[in-house]
Design a protein around this ligand. Structure first.
Ligand SMILES: Cc1cc2nc3c(=O)[nH]c(=O)nc-3n(C[C@H](O)[C@H](O)[C@H](O)COP(=O)(O)O)c2cc1C
Length: 394
C-alpha cells in the first residue's frame, strides 16, 4: 500500500446498502498515508451518517452544490485539480447512468463531469438492476472512456436474492486503486523528436507563405511522450503555445531550418513528423518590403526538401508521419506511408470543424506498415496523443 502515501483520493458515496463498506476503504487508504475527501449523494446519507464519513476522512463532507453559506471560489472546480484519483464506492445504477451521460445535477455527478483523473466505479446493486440493459450500456460507455469498473460479484444480496450485484471484495477494490498508482513509463529512456506547427517561407522582409497549423497536436504528442517517460525534443514552427517544461524546445521558422534541426536528431528512437512543413517556398526572397506595383506580382516558387524523404534511409528510428488529407483519404495516406518508408502514418482531415487545424479536438486513423488500421473517436488532442502512443508502443 506504499503507493498511496500522500495521494489525494476523492471518494464518492452513493445510495446503496453497501455504503457502509466505504468506511473500511477510507480507513485503509488513510492508514496507508493517503488523504481522502468525500462527496456523499443525498441518498447516500439515508444509508450512512455524514458525521461518520467526516470523522473517518478527517475532512468536511461535500454534499451539496449550493451551500447555505457559500464559500468564496469555485469549490467543485478546485477539487478537480487537487486530487489524484476518484473512487465511486458504492456506485449505484443511478450514478453510473449519470456519469455515462454527462449529467451534472448534484455534487458528485458534477465532480465526475469535471474530473479527468483516473476514476474507479465499484457498482453495488440488485442483480436485476445490474443486468438491466440500460445499466450494462452505461457501464460499457464508461469502460470505453477509460474508466475502471470493478465488476460486482455473485452471491447473496441484501434482498436475500442470489445473483451478480454485490460490491466487489475489499482486496479487489484495493488492488484496482493500487494499479492506478502503479505508473508505467513505457517510453522511459527513449529519445523522441517531434515536429509541430507550420513553417513560414519568406517572400520579402515582412511577408511569408504559411498554413493554418497551430501546433496543438504536435505539442500534445510531445507532452504525452514526456509523461510516458521519454526524453523529448520538440521542433516547433511559429506558434502561440507555451513551451512545455521538461522538454527540449527548438524554435524554427522555415522548412530548411526544420530539416537542419531534424537532421541533428537522426539517432533518436522515434521521429514523429507532425509539422505542416511548406512544400514550396519563394525562389527569390526580396530582402526589403516589395512595393505595391500596378502590374501583377508573380512569385516563383520552388519545392522545399521533403524531410521524410531525406531522412528515411539515414535513421534507424521508428518514423511516424502525419497525412492531412481532404480527399481519397486512406489511399493518399497509405501511398505516403509506402513511398516514404514510414513505420506508421496518422491520417487526419481538415474536412470537419472539430478536426485538423487550429482546433482542440481531432480524429485520426493510424495505419502501420505491418498492415494494422485503427480509428479513434473525435476527442481532445491530448487524448488522441495518448491513443496514438498506445498504438505505437503496442
Ligand atoms: C433500501 C434501499 C436500498 C438501495 N440499494 C441500492 C443499491 O444497492 N444499488 C443501487 O444502484 N440503488 C439502490 N437503491 C436505489 C438508490 O438509492 C436510488 O436509485 C437513488 O436515487 C440513488 O441515488 P444516488 O445515485 O444519487 O445515490 C436502494 C434504495 C433503497 C430504498
Amino acid at each position: 500500500m506504499k503507493k498511496l502515501k500522500n495521494k489525494n483520493i476523492l471518494i464518492g458515496i452513493t445510495g446503496s446498502i453497501a455504503a457502509y463498506k466505504a468506511c473500511d476503504i477510507i480507513r485503509i487508504i488513510r492508514k496507508a498515508g493517503g488523504n481522502v475527501q468525500a462527496i456523499m449523494t443525498h441518498s447516500a446519507k439515508q444509508f450512512i451518517g455524514k458525521s461518520t464519513i467526516a470523522a473517518l476522512t478527517n475532512n468536511p463532507v461535500i454534499d451539496s452544490i449550493f451551500e447555505d453559506d457559500p464559500k468564496p471560489g469555485l469549490e467543485h472546480i478546485n477539487l478537480a485539480f487537487d486530487i489524484d484519483m476518484v473512487l465511486i464506492l458504492p456506485a449505484t445504477a443511478n450514478i453510473i447512468a449519470k456519469a455515462a451521460n454527462g449529467i451534472a445535477d448534484d455534487s458528485l455527478s458534477l465532480a465526475l463531469s469535471i474530473c479527468e483523473q483516473p476514476t474507479i466505479f465499484c457498482p453495488a446493486m440488485n442483480y436485476k438492476m445490474w443486468r438491466n440493459k440500460a445499466n450494462l450500456d452505461a457501464v460499457e460507455k464508461l469502460r470505453k472512456r477509460g474508466k475502471i469498473i470493478v465488476d460486482p460479484e455473485d452471491g447473496f444480496l441484501a434482498s436475500l436474492h442470489e445473483g451478480k450485484g454485490r460490491l466487489a471484495n475489499t482486496q479487489r477494490i484495493l488492488n484496482n486503486i493500487q494499479s492506478v498508482f502503479d505508473i508505467k513509463l513505457p517510453l522511459k529512456n527513449k529519445n523522441i523528436v517531434i515536429t509541430a506547427g507550420p513553417t513560414q517561407e519568406p517572400i520579402d522582409g515582412v511577408r511569408y507563405i504559411s498554413n493554418r497549423s497551430s501546433g496543438k497536436m504536435g505539442f500534445a504528442i510531445a507532452e504525452t511522450a514526456h509523461n510516458l517517460g521519454a526524453n523529448v525534443t520538440l521542433i516547433a514552427g511559429p506558434n502561440n503555445l507555451k513551451d512545455i517544461p521538461g522538454i527540449t524546445m527548438i524554435h524554427i521558422n522555415t522548412a530548411s531550418d526544420m530539416l537542419e534541426a531534424v537532421s541533428e536528431k537522426l539517432d533518436s528512437d522515434y521521429i514523429v513528423m507532425n509539422a505542416a512543413v511548406a512544400d514550396y517556398r519563394p525562389k527569390n526572397i526580396n530582402p526589403s518590403k516589395i512595393k505595391k506595383h500596378e502590374a501583377k506580382l508573380n512569385i516563383e516558387l520552388e519545392p522545399t526538401v521533403d524531410i521524410l524523404d531525406y531522412i528515411k534511409d539515414k535513421t534507424k528510428a521508428c518514423i511516424i508521419g502525419f497525412a492531412l488529407e481532404m480527399e481519397n483519404l486512406e489511399e493518399n495516406a497509405l501511398d505516403k506511408m509506402n513511398r516514404k518508408k514510414l513505420d506508421f502514418i496518422v491520417l487526419n482531415t481538415a474536412n470537419n470543424i472539430n478536426q485538423g487545424f487550429d482546433v482542440d479536438t481531432n480524429q485520426v486513423t493510424i495505419f502501420s506498415s505491418s498492415g494494422k488500421k485503427i480509428k479513434s473517436d473525435i476527442d481532445t488532442k491530448e487524448r488522441i496523443a495518448r491513443f496514438m502512443w498506445n498504438e505505437i508502443i503496442d
